[in-house]
Design a protein around this ligand. Structure first.
Ligand code: GDP
Length: 308
Protein backbone atom coordinates (compact mmCIF):
# COMPACT_ATOMS: atom_id res chain seq x y z
CA UNK A 1 0.00 0.00 0.00
CA UNK A 2 1.37 3.43 -0.94
CA UNK A 3 1.50 6.40 1.43
CA UNK A 4 -1.57 8.12 -0.06
CA UNK A 5 -3.63 4.98 0.51
CA UNK A 6 -2.31 4.67 4.05
CA UNK A 7 -3.11 8.30 4.67
CA UNK A 8 -6.58 7.89 3.22
CA UNK A 9 -7.20 4.79 5.29
CA UNK A 10 -5.75 6.38 8.41
CA UNK A 11 -7.93 9.46 8.11
CA UNK A 12 -11.09 7.48 7.29
CA UNK A 13 -12.80 8.32 10.57
CA UNK A 14 -12.33 12.06 10.13
CA UNK A 15 -13.43 11.84 6.49
CA UNK A 16 -16.54 9.84 7.41
CA UNK A 17 -17.46 12.36 10.09
CA UNK A 18 -17.51 15.14 7.49
CA UNK A 19 -18.99 13.22 4.59
CA UNK A 20 -22.71 13.17 5.36
CA UNK A 21 -22.99 16.86 6.17
CA UNK A 22 -21.26 17.74 2.91
CA UNK A 23 -23.55 15.41 1.01
CA UNK A 24 -26.57 17.07 2.58
CA UNK A 25 -25.19 20.49 1.78
CA UNK A 26 -24.84 19.49 -1.83
CA UNK A 27 -28.35 18.01 -1.96
CA UNK A 28 -30.21 20.62 0.04
CA UNK A 29 -28.12 23.74 -0.54
CA UNK A 30 -27.03 26.08 2.22
CA UNK A 31 -30.33 26.39 4.09
CA UNK A 32 -30.01 27.22 7.81
CA UNK A 33 -30.50 23.62 8.99
CA UNK A 34 -27.85 22.26 6.61
CA UNK A 35 -25.39 24.98 7.54
CA UNK A 36 -25.94 24.21 11.20
CA UNK A 37 -25.32 20.52 10.57
CA UNK A 38 -22.17 21.34 8.63
CA UNK A 39 -20.95 23.63 11.39
CA UNK A 40 -21.50 20.92 13.99
CA UNK A 41 -19.66 18.34 11.88
CA UNK A 42 -16.73 20.67 11.27
CA UNK A 43 -16.51 21.58 14.95
CA UNK A 44 -16.68 17.98 16.06
CA UNK A 45 -13.75 17.14 13.81
CA UNK A 46 -11.83 19.67 15.96
CA UNK A 47 -10.99 22.12 13.18
CA UNK A 48 -11.41 24.92 15.71
CA UNK A 49 -13.87 27.81 15.74
CA UNK A 50 -11.85 30.21 13.60
CA UNK A 51 -11.26 27.75 10.79
CA UNK A 52 -14.88 26.59 10.91
CA UNK A 53 -16.11 30.19 10.60
CA UNK A 54 -13.85 30.73 7.65
CA UNK A 55 -15.03 27.53 5.93
CA UNK A 56 -18.70 28.39 6.50
CA UNK A 57 -18.11 31.89 5.14
CA UNK A 58 -16.63 30.43 1.96
CA UNK A 59 -19.49 27.95 1.58
CA UNK A 60 -22.06 30.75 1.92
CA UNK A 61 -20.19 32.94 -0.53
CA UNK A 62 -19.82 30.19 -3.12
CA UNK A 63 -23.43 29.03 -2.70
CA UNK A 64 -24.62 32.61 -3.22
CA UNK A 65 -22.86 32.49 -6.58
CA UNK A 66 -24.69 29.31 -7.51
CA UNK A 67 -21.70 27.00 -7.03
CA UNK A 68 -21.81 23.35 -8.03
CA UNK A 69 -20.96 20.56 -5.58
CA UNK A 70 -17.46 20.44 -6.96
CA UNK A 71 -17.04 24.23 -6.66
CA UNK A 72 -18.01 23.98 -3.01
CA UNK A 73 -15.51 21.25 -2.32
CA UNK A 74 -12.79 23.17 -4.15
CA UNK A 75 -13.58 26.29 -2.11
CA UNK A 76 -13.34 24.37 1.18
CA UNK A 77 -10.13 22.71 0.01
CA UNK A 78 -8.61 26.09 -0.72
CA UNK A 79 -9.68 27.39 2.62
CA UNK A 80 -8.04 24.49 4.50
CA UNK A 81 -4.93 24.58 2.36
CA UNK A 82 -4.47 28.27 3.09
CA UNK A 83 -4.10 27.28 6.73
CA UNK A 84 -1.97 24.18 6.13
CA UNK A 85 0.43 25.16 3.39
CA UNK A 86 2.38 27.58 5.59
CA UNK A 87 3.11 24.77 8.08
CA UNK A 88 4.28 22.29 5.45
CA UNK A 89 8.07 21.91 5.44
CA UNK A 90 10.70 20.35 3.26
CA UNK A 91 11.70 16.83 4.36
CA UNK A 92 13.86 16.86 7.48
CA UNK A 93 16.82 15.50 5.46
CA UNK A 94 17.01 18.92 3.82
CA UNK A 95 17.39 20.64 7.19
CA UNK A 96 20.31 18.35 7.99
CA UNK A 97 22.20 19.83 5.08
CA UNK A 98 21.98 23.29 6.54
CA UNK A 99 24.25 22.81 9.56
CA UNK A 100 27.58 21.04 10.05
CA UNK A 101 27.07 17.64 11.74
CA UNK A 102 26.04 16.46 14.22
CA UNK A 103 22.46 17.66 13.72
CA UNK A 104 20.66 17.42 17.04
CA UNK A 105 16.96 16.68 17.36
CA UNK A 106 15.30 16.91 20.76
CA UNK A 107 12.02 15.00 20.96
CA UNK A 108 9.54 16.23 23.56
CA UNK A 109 5.94 15.41 24.48
CA UNK A 110 3.87 13.85 27.24
CA UNK A 111 3.95 10.10 27.92
CA UNK A 112 2.00 7.83 25.64
CA UNK A 113 1.78 10.16 22.62
CA UNK A 114 4.13 8.00 20.55
CA UNK A 115 7.33 9.91 21.18
CA UNK A 116 9.72 6.96 21.48
CA UNK A 117 8.17 5.13 18.56
CA UNK A 118 8.29 8.25 16.36
CA UNK A 119 11.90 8.88 17.37
CA UNK A 120 12.84 5.33 16.42
CA UNK A 121 10.96 5.47 13.11
CA UNK A 122 12.62 8.76 12.21
CA UNK A 123 16.03 7.40 13.25
CA UNK A 124 15.53 4.38 11.04
CA UNK A 125 14.56 6.54 8.08
CA UNK A 126 17.57 8.83 8.50
CA UNK A 127 19.88 5.90 8.96
CA UNK A 128 18.53 4.25 5.82
CA UNK A 129 19.17 7.44 3.90
CA UNK A 130 22.83 7.08 4.82
CA UNK A 131 23.07 9.30 7.89
CA UNK A 132 25.11 8.02 10.83
CA UNK A 133 22.50 8.16 13.55
CA UNK A 134 22.78 8.02 17.35
CA UNK A 135 19.98 7.58 19.89
CA UNK A 136 20.09 9.13 23.37
CA UNK A 137 17.89 7.86 26.21
CA UNK A 138 17.05 11.17 27.87
CA UNK A 139 13.98 9.91 29.72
CA UNK A 140 15.84 8.70 32.81
CA UNK A 141 12.71 9.09 34.92
CA UNK A 142 11.24 5.76 33.80
CA UNK A 143 13.47 2.68 33.62
CA UNK A 144 11.00 1.29 31.08
CA UNK A 145 11.64 4.23 28.75
CA UNK A 146 15.38 3.45 28.67
CA UNK A 147 14.63 -0.22 28.03
CA UNK A 148 12.13 0.61 25.30
CA UNK A 149 14.75 2.67 23.48
CA UNK A 150 17.29 -0.13 23.99
CA UNK A 151 14.89 -2.54 22.29
CA UNK A 152 14.54 -0.13 19.36
CA UNK A 153 18.29 0.41 19.24
CA UNK A 154 18.83 -3.37 18.96
CA UNK A 155 16.03 -3.77 16.45
CA UNK A 156 17.11 -1.00 14.07
CA UNK A 157 20.75 -1.55 14.83
CA UNK A 158 21.69 1.95 15.92
CA UNK A 159 23.94 2.95 18.83
CA UNK A 160 22.34 4.24 22.04
CA UNK A 161 23.78 6.43 24.78
CA UNK A 162 22.12 5.59 28.10
CA UNK A 163 22.68 6.14 31.81
CA UNK A 164 21.12 4.56 34.88
CA UNK A 165 17.47 5.30 35.70
CA UNK A 166 17.34 8.44 37.86
CA UNK A 167 20.45 9.98 36.26
CA UNK A 168 20.42 13.64 35.22
CA UNK A 169 18.90 13.70 31.72
CA UNK A 170 20.95 16.77 30.80
CA UNK A 171 24.12 14.78 31.56
CA UNK A 172 22.96 11.97 29.26
CA UNK A 173 22.25 14.51 26.52
CA UNK A 174 25.72 16.04 27.04
CA UNK A 175 27.35 12.62 26.76
CA UNK A 176 25.30 11.93 23.66
CA UNK A 177 26.63 15.04 21.94
CA UNK A 178 30.21 14.31 23.05
CA UNK A 179 29.93 10.75 21.69
CA UNK A 180 28.43 12.06 18.45
CA UNK A 181 31.33 14.47 17.95
CA UNK A 182 33.89 11.78 18.75
CA UNK A 183 32.31 9.19 16.45
CA UNK A 184 31.54 11.44 13.46
CA UNK A 185 27.79 11.04 13.86
CA UNK A 186 25.50 12.96 11.47
CA UNK A 187 22.33 13.08 13.53
CA UNK A 188 21.52 12.68 17.22
CA UNK A 189 17.97 11.99 18.40
CA UNK A 190 17.39 12.69 22.08
CA UNK A 191 14.39 11.15 23.83
CA UNK A 192 13.06 13.05 26.86
CA UNK A 193 10.68 12.43 29.74
CA UNK A 194 6.97 13.19 29.44
CA UNK A 195 5.52 12.64 32.89
CA UNK A 196 2.36 14.65 33.32
CA UNK A 197 1.96 14.91 37.06
CA UNK A 198 4.99 17.13 37.67
CA UNK A 199 4.67 19.41 34.72
CA UNK A 200 6.62 22.34 36.11
CA UNK A 201 9.60 20.15 36.90
CA UNK A 202 9.34 18.58 33.49
CA UNK A 203 9.48 21.95 31.74
CA UNK A 204 12.43 22.97 33.94
CA UNK A 205 14.16 19.72 33.07
CA UNK A 206 13.59 20.23 29.35
CA UNK A 207 14.90 23.78 29.53
CA UNK A 208 18.02 22.51 31.27
CA UNK A 209 18.57 19.79 28.65
CA UNK A 210 18.25 22.41 25.94
CA UNK A 211 20.76 24.70 27.67
CA UNK A 212 23.28 21.92 28.21
CA UNK A 213 22.92 20.71 24.62
CA UNK A 214 23.63 24.26 23.43
CA UNK A 215 26.73 24.38 25.62
CA UNK A 216 27.93 21.05 24.28
CA UNK A 217 27.35 22.14 20.69
CA UNK A 218 26.64 25.75 19.76
CA UNK A 219 23.57 25.98 17.54
CA UNK A 220 22.08 22.75 18.93
CA UNK A 221 19.42 21.53 19.32
CA UNK A 222 18.71 22.23 15.67
CA UNK A 223 15.17 20.94 16.01
CA UNK A 224 12.85 20.60 19.00
CA UNK A 225 10.12 18.26 17.80
CA UNK A 226 6.95 18.09 19.88
CA UNK A 227 4.99 14.86 19.52
CA UNK A 228 1.22 15.23 19.89
CA UNK A 229 -1.46 12.53 19.99
CA UNK A 230 -4.34 13.58 17.72
CA UNK A 231 -6.84 11.44 19.64
CA UNK A 232 -6.78 13.82 22.62
CA UNK A 233 -8.27 16.60 20.47
CA UNK A 234 -8.20 20.09 21.97
CA UNK A 235 -5.90 18.85 24.72
CA UNK A 236 -3.19 18.51 22.08
CA UNK A 237 -3.51 22.23 21.40
CA UNK A 238 -3.10 22.97 25.11
CA UNK A 239 0.02 20.78 25.24
CA UNK A 240 1.44 22.47 22.17
CA UNK A 241 1.01 25.91 23.75
CA UNK A 242 2.66 24.79 26.97
CA UNK A 243 5.68 23.08 25.42
CA UNK A 244 6.15 25.88 22.92
CA UNK A 245 6.21 28.46 25.67
CA UNK A 246 8.67 26.41 27.74
CA UNK A 247 11.16 25.18 25.16
CA UNK A 248 10.42 26.80 21.80
CA UNK A 249 9.12 24.01 19.59
CA UNK A 250 10.43 24.11 16.01
CA UNK A 251 8.30 21.33 14.58
CA UNK A 252 5.39 19.01 15.32
CA UNK A 253 4.89 15.30 14.94
CA UNK A 254 1.17 14.51 15.04
CA UNK A 255 0.49 10.83 15.70
CA UNK A 256 -2.52 8.51 15.88
CA UNK A 257 -4.51 10.36 13.25
CA UNK A 258 -5.83 6.88 12.41
CA UNK A 259 -7.46 6.50 15.82
CA UNK A 260 -9.75 9.50 15.71
CA UNK A 261 -12.55 11.29 13.87
CA UNK A 262 -11.01 14.50 15.17
CA UNK A 263 -8.15 14.77 12.69
CA UNK A 264 -9.13 18.40 12.15
CA UNK A 265 -7.12 19.18 15.27
CA UNK A 266 -4.07 19.33 13.02
CA UNK A 267 -5.68 22.26 11.20
CA UNK A 268 -6.60 24.01 14.46
CA UNK A 269 -3.03 23.70 15.72
CA UNK A 270 -1.62 24.95 12.43
CA UNK A 271 -4.00 27.89 12.47
CA UNK A 272 -3.20 28.93 16.00
CA UNK A 273 0.49 28.16 16.46
CA UNK A 274 1.83 28.22 12.92
CA UNK A 275 4.55 25.73 13.89
CA UNK A 276 5.73 23.52 11.01
CA UNK A 277 4.18 20.04 10.98
CA UNK A 278 7.18 17.82 10.24
CA UNK A 279 5.65 14.37 10.38
CA UNK A 280 2.28 12.73 10.79
CA UNK A 281 1.44 9.23 11.99
CA UNK A 282 -1.50 7.19 10.75
CA UNK A 283 -0.63 3.81 12.24
CA UNK A 284 1.91 1.82 14.16
CA UNK A 285 4.24 0.62 11.42
CA UNK A 286 7.32 2.45 10.16
CA UNK A 287 5.64 3.34 6.84
CA UNK A 288 2.82 5.04 8.76
CA UNK A 289 4.99 7.98 9.80
CA UNK A 290 5.58 10.35 6.90
CA UNK A 291 6.22 13.95 5.95
CA UNK A 292 3.20 16.17 6.18
CA UNK A 293 1.76 17.27 2.86
CA UNK A 294 -1.03 19.85 3.05
CA UNK A 295 -2.66 18.88 -0.23
CA UNK A 296 -2.64 15.13 0.49
CA UNK A 297 -4.01 15.72 3.98
CA UNK A 298 -6.93 17.85 2.79
CA UNK A 299 -7.64 15.42 -0.03
CA UNK A 300 -7.75 12.57 2.51
CA UNK A 301 -10.28 14.24 4.78
CA UNK A 302 -12.41 15.77 2.02
CA UNK A 303 -11.91 14.04 -1.33
CA UNK A 304 -12.61 16.15 -4.40
CA UNK A 305 -13.97 13.08 -6.13
CA UNK A 306 -15.75 11.35 -3.25
CA UNK A 307 -17.10 8.52 -5.38
CA UNK A 308 -13.78 7.80 -7.12
P1 GDP B 1 5.72 7.55 24.38
O1 GDP B 1 5.30 7.24 25.79
O2 GDP B 1 5.28 8.91 23.97
O3 GDP B 1 7.16 7.31 24.11
O4 GDP B 1 4.85 6.59 23.46
P2 GDP B 1 5.26 5.28 22.67
O5 GDP B 1 6.24 5.61 21.61
O6 GDP B 1 5.61 4.21 23.62
O7 GDP B 1 3.89 4.95 21.91
C1 GDP B 1 2.69 4.64 22.57
C2 GDP B 1 1.84 3.75 21.66
O8 GDP B 1 1.33 4.52 20.58
C3 GDP B 1 2.60 2.60 21.03
O9 GDP B 1 1.81 1.43 21.14
C4 GDP B 1 2.76 3.02 19.58
O10 GDP B 1 2.83 1.92 18.69
C5 GDP B 1 1.49 3.79 19.36
N1 GDP B 1 1.55 4.73 18.24
C6 GDP B 1 2.51 5.64 17.95
N2 GDP B 1 2.19 6.34 16.83
C7 GDP B 1 0.99 5.86 16.39
C8 GDP B 1 0.12 6.18 15.29
O11 GDP B 1 0.36 7.07 14.46
N3 GDP B 1 -1.04 5.45 15.21
C9 GDP B 1 -1.36 4.48 16.11
N4 GDP B 1 -2.51 3.83 15.96
N5 GDP B 1 -0.57 4.17 17.14
C10 GDP B 1 0.59 4.84 17.29
Amino acid sequence: MGWLDRLGQGLAKTREALRSSFERLIEAGPDPATMEELEAALLSSDLGVRVVDRVLGRVRGESGRGATARDLRIAVHRCLKEVLEPVQELPIERSLEQAPPPFVILMVGVNGVGKTTSLAKLAQRLSQSGKKTLLVAGDTFRAAAIEQLQVWSDRINLPLIRHQPGADPAAVAYDGIAAAKARGIDVVLIDTAGRLHTKTNLMEELRKIKRVVAQALPGAPHEVLLVLDATVGQNALAQARQFHEAVGVTGLVITKLDGTARGGILVAIAEELKIPVRLIGVGESVEDLQDFDADAFVQAILPLNPSA
